[in-house]
Design a protein around this ligand. Structure first.
Ligand code: SF4
Length: 113
């Protein structure tokens, strides 16, 4: 994925109707410079920056919620839930595949219920 152009607006953290972001109160990145989570690129200093951000995410108590939120809201840029842009695309594809797989199992009557 290409880098966002300089000055790309940061995602808004306002919940959609009915949604809440209470998990942000326990975010491991709370109080840190948000720039860390928006690396300049996938190589060189940007790569080191992404690795540093992912290390924060690995220790974060709300990593799962953060990653799910980023996938559900299709965040295009930055590190969310320990995933960079490319990893979120792959996770999204895996999710679609597993949904398709479970549908197939249901159709076959092989899923346990
Ligand atoms: S997973 Fe990473 S980006 Fe998400 S809240 Fe935790 S520290 Fe912040």
């Amino acid at each position: 994925m290409s880098n966002p152009p300089f000055g790309t607006p940061r995602p808004r953290l306002r919940p959609r109707a009915g949604g809440t972001l209470t998990w942000l109160e326990d975010a491991g990145c709370r109080g840190l410079d948000t720039e860390l989570f928006f690396p300049a690129g996938p190589r060189g200093p940007g790569r080191r920056q992404a690795d540093e951000a992912k290390a924060v995410c690995r220790a974060c108590a709300v990593r799962r919620q953060c990653g799910s939120w980023a996938l559900a809201t299709a965040q295009e840029y930055g590190i969310w839930g320990g995933m960079d842009e490319e990893e979120r695309v792959m996770a999204h594809r895996r999710g679609r595949l597993s949904t398709r797989d479970s549908g197939t199992a249901r159709e076959k009557g092989t899923d346990a219920q």
